[in-house]
Design a protein around this ligand. Structure first.
Ligand SMILES: C[S@@+](CC[C@H](N)C(=O)[O-])C[C@H]1O[C@@H](n2cnc3c(N)ncnc32)[C@H](O)[C@@H]1O
Length: 484
């Protein structure tokens, strides 16, 4: 991303918002002097981009820091403030709403973002109150003038009269809804807390642990590309730790985000990938095949490949095992990312609809990493929990069911379809899988056997990974074998 004349984020060539659109150019406003507070200015501009143009915080902020050459402590502060504020939006809004004398949604969005940023600093950081208030007021004055700056000053002073626990006590005092209270405390919309509770079968301690883990900033995980570098070598180079479960994983130390830019990534030996994603991709290659086709295991299909994270794992393993991978992706720009990520690997990319691709079929293994709500990766996408809607789920489950049926048509007798979603929502996981297995006449095999050494996998036959149990995203995995 590049900045406009006022130093605010302007999309770089190639940047797209979450709907795949290029954002419209910003209107030019009056010039203002360069800011003396680059960290908070970057955080505020990133939050504005999230609100105004549906940007993703975890894409826009790093671009902004690079473009403005913000590093070190300033970069760390900007990151903490941006991601923390975006994650805690629901709680911050509930508190700020108690401190304004009108409905919060009638407050100018610029002012609302500033109030969130200021309230976050007051409630969840050690920044002295006077600095949190004054720095936020300065930002608003720069962008919106002195009159609203006075308003922000007054509201933040009211916020600062109580700490987070006191505010929570006040907000929940008359509540008879423990789930809503827990959701508020852990910065989740209630419907997502409920989805977690239903998947865990627990509304008590484990639910609290799951929501708290989902609200914490996750470690950066790297994939040591199989056959190209070992996890031990990668850990030694990056100063990270070998991951507990993935044979190809490395966890970077906290604050190791810059290492993700390191030479091993530029040289193509490693890439950033959550350990849970690595585990399900490897599991799809470990799944036990039936004994038809003389045990052949050379034709693999990745039916929902973009942007190619798991295709890289499949491609690297295929290279060492003498197999080939067909990778299907419906969106051209995402297919291009798959091509770039798998350059040099035995992978052929097809831009087509996975529900009816013109492929020969007869695959030994098919991975369906289906489009999903992404409720399992909320910790990596700070603002996402406040954008998603429960109404999104029904349409997704239809698409997931169709893609799974297509995968099943394309697998040979004795072959295995591995169905994966990055979500613990029961409609997208057990709901899709159980109904499909029954309708298709598929054998649901125990997916746990494809996760050797991974504890706490429950009763099977499906696998649900969790941040609080495994330190991974909440990936779900099921395996359907076609009778031989
Ligand atoms: C969860 S993402 C896959 C992530 C990918 N496997 C990875 O590890 O990087 C789902 C992908 O499916 C693609 N998709 C959506 N509908 C599709 C369809 N009908 N056919 C094929 N791909 C589809 C989306 O564009 C998206 O890239």
């Amino acid at each position: 991303m590049t900045g406009d004349r006022r130093g605010r984020p302007r999309p770089q060539r190639g940047y797209r918002d979450r709907r795949g659109h290029r954002p419209a150019p910003r209107k030019q406003g009056p010039r203002r002097p360069p800011t003396r507070d680059p960290a908070r200015r970057a955080a505020f501009d990133a939050l504005r981009a999230v609100t105004e143009r549906d940007a993703y915080a975890n894409l826009i902020l790093p671009e902004l820091l690079r473009q403005r050459r913000i590093t070190g402590r300033d970069a760390a502060l900007a990151t903490e403030l941006t991601y923390g504020t975006a994650r805690a939006t629901g709680l911050l809004d509930a508190i700020v709403a108690r401190c304004v004398d009108r409905k919060l949604d009638t407050v100018d969005p610029v002012v609302r973002d500033a109030l969130r940023l200021g309230a976050y600093q007051l409630l969840r950081t050690r920044i002295p109150h006077h600095a949190a208030v004054a720095s936020t007021v300065d930002l608003v004055r720069e962008d919106a003038g002195s009159r609203v700056a006075g308003f922000v000053n007054a509201v933040l002073r009211r916020v600062s009269e109580k700490d987070e626990q006191q505010w929570l006590a006040e907000l929940t005092a008359d509540s008879s809804d423990p789930l809503a209270d827990l959701a508020l405390r852990t910065s989740h919309p209630r419907w997502i807390a409920r989805a977690f509770a239903e998947a865990l079968g627990d509304k008590g301690d484990e639910l609290r642990a799951a929501l708290e883990a989902d609200d914490a900033r996750p470690a950066v995980h790297l994939l040591a590309k199989p056959g190209q570098i070992s996890a031990e070598e990668l850990a030694a180079i990056t100063g990270g730790d070998v991951a507990p479960y993935s044979p190809y994983g490395v966890h970077l130390p906290s604050g190791g985000g810059d290492l993700a830019e390191s030479e091993v990534i530029e040289e193509g030996l490693a890439t950033v990938q959550d350990e849970g994603s690595q585990l399900v991709a490897v599991a799809s290659v470990n799944a036990p095949l039936g004994d038809a086709a003389d045990g052949r295991d050379t034709r693999w299909l990745d039916l929902c490949a973009g942007p190619g994270g798991k295709t890289v794992v499949l491609g690297c393993l295929a290279q060492t095992m003498g197999a080939t991978v067909d990778a299907v992706e419906v969106a051209e720009h995402r297919a291009r990312l798959v091509r770039e990520a798998t350059d040099g690997l035995p992978v052929t990319v097809h831009v087509t609809d996975g529900r009816a691709p013109e492929l020969d079929g007869d695959y030994d293994r098919v991975l369906v990493d289906a489009p999903c709500s992404g409720l399992g990766a909320l910790r990596r996408r700070p603002e996402a929990r406040w954008r998603k809607q429960p109404g999104d789920i029904a349409e997704l489950t239809r698409l997931q069911t169709e893609l799974l049926a297509s995968a099943y048509r394309l697998v040979r007798p004795g072959g295995v379809v591995t169905y994966v979603v990055c979500s613990p929502h029961l409609a997208e996981t057990e709901g899709v899988v159980m109904a499909s297995a029954q309708r298709l006449g598929a054998e649901l095999i125990d997916a746990r056997v494809a996760f050797p050494g991974v504890p706490h996998l429950g009763d099977g036959p499906t696998v649900q990974l969790w941040p609080h149990r495994h330190g991974t995203d909440a990936m779900f995995c099921a395996m359907l074998r076609k009778p031989a």
